[in-house]
Ligand binder design. Structure first.
Ligand SMILES: Cc1cc2nc3c(=O)[nH]c(=O)nc-3n(C[C@H](O)[C@H](O)[C@H](O)COP(=O)(O)OP(=O)(O)OC[C@H]3O[C@@H](n4cnc5c(N)ncnc54)[C@H](O)[C@@H]3O)c2cc1C
Length: 355
């Protein structure tokens, strides 16, 4: 058994992996270049589902559905054990036209996902037409989830080293023998790359076919006295996520601009105009915050989870693209099974690290 694991990356994926490993009895050290939970996982919207699940391959659906089924219990346990409320709630997601009704309802029926058509005016006074409500879809509040995960990892005995940047690996006998960091050399029995959009860069020649690159997303934040609606709203690629305290996130852009995390006036205006088009009454509202994050983009949104094809004590859990928070619980489960050579609960071939 690889008793001591060194995890590189303190986002939702690294922290959730750390928690699963600690609960299974491993010793865990997690290193983070900056502060934990400040990159993509912090920037995300926290919708616990793909936007339009019917647009994705079954390999994505398998992971998201398994993970979504684990959230009720996991968030409850996390809240109770840490005292930090990740504000997980099944707020439902309401699709506003235009959307592919026949495709969506067929997909939902085939995948046992609850849905019903609703008069938009019932949910959003003044709005005409019919929407499609997926009532079971949930959300979390990312910064709170990350704070809870971090506290849980520490309470379970995990060691978190911030301001430690992983630089390069030493290899000996087909294994990683050490990791050079900005603060010195670290050693463990096994190493996990959970470095989000930076995973491929860190691995260099050892990345092999691992295909992960940054994809920027920008979000606007509005604040109301109370939530202006209760469901997550989705219209085309635009979503609005109502938080309990009246904040509403409006997202997002999808921009292939490399490792550039800057917000732009183009992104701001695009999101603002789309929000105003849906809710003309918001024209006297100005966003209270605007941010950007770098999603770890992968082909078809399929992450890589598992052992390196050549280096026997190196693992990856990265490339979750648009749905890393949603997928985090199932991916941690798959990773643990891979480390322990245990049977998997679902087909995993598409998540393997390719040579
Ligand atoms: C605008 C936007 C909206 C999103 N909305 C959703 C949503 O609604 N639902 C959903 O499920 N997902 C959403 N996502 C996607 C989700 O946020 C990501 O898939 C997820 O956060 C990836 O988690 P991660 O831990 O792999 O990456 P990250 O959170 O980026 O964490 C990686 C960490 O690794 C660290 N690191 C990198 N290199 C090194 C190194 N060399 N040494 C040490 N540390 C290193 C980084 O500093 C970082 O903290 C959204 C993303 C964005 C940007």
């Amino acid at each position: 058994m690889n008793n001591h694991l060194l995890i590189i990356g303190g986002g939702a994926v690294g922290l959730t992996s750390a928690r699963a490993l600690l609960l299974a009895g491993y010793r865990v050290t997690l290193i983070e270049r900056g502060t934990t939970g400040r990159e993509a996982s912090w920037a995300g919207g926290g919708i616990m589902s793909p936007l339009c699940s019917w647009d994705y391959k079954e390999a994505v659906t398998r992971l998201t559905q398994r993970s979504m089924g684990m959230f009720d219990q996991a968030m409850n346990e996390l809240h109770t054990s840490t005292g930090i409320d990740p504000e997980y709630q099944r707020s439902g997601m309401l699709l506003i036209p235009p959307f592919q009704d026949a495709l969506a309802t067929q997909w939902c029926a085939e995948h046992q996902v609850a849905f019903r058509h609703v008069a938009l005016n019932d949910q959003l006074p003044g709005m005409q037409g019919e929407g499609l409500l997926l009532p079971e879809i949930g959300q979390v509040r990312n910064p709170r989830l990350l704070a809870a995960l971090r506290r849980s990892v520490e309470k379970l005995g995990g060691k978190i080293l911030e301001q430690h940047e992983a630089l390069r690996f030493d290899i000996k006998g087909g294994q990683i023998s050490a990791l050079h960091t900005s603060q010195g050399v670290l050693q463990a029995d096994a190493y996990l790359v959970a470095s989000g959009a930076w995973s491929r860069t860190l691995l260099g020649e050892h990345a092999l076919q691992l295909d992960v690159k940054p994809m920027r997303g920008q979000i606007l934040l509005f604040k109301f006295d109370s939530p202006p609606f209760s469901n997550i709203l989705l219209q085309d690629s635009l979503y609005m996520i109502p938080r309990r305290d009246g904040h509403v996130l409006v997202g997002s852009t999808l921009e292939d601009v490399g490792f550039d995390k800057a917000t732009t006036s183009t992104g701001y205006n695009h999101l603002l105009q789309r929000a105003y088009a849906l809710f003309p009454a918001w024209r006297n509202q100005t966003p209270v915050q605007h941010w950007a994050g770098l999603r770890p983009a992968s082909p078809d949104n399929i992450p890589t989870i598992g052992r390196h094809p050549q280096l026997t004590n190196l693992y990856a859990n990265c490339g979750h693209f648009r749905y890393g928070v949603t997928m985090s619980l199932a991916c941690a489960e798959l990773l643990l099974n891979e480390i322990e050579n245990k049977p998997q609960p679902l087909p995993v071939d598409e998540y393997r690290w390719r040579e």
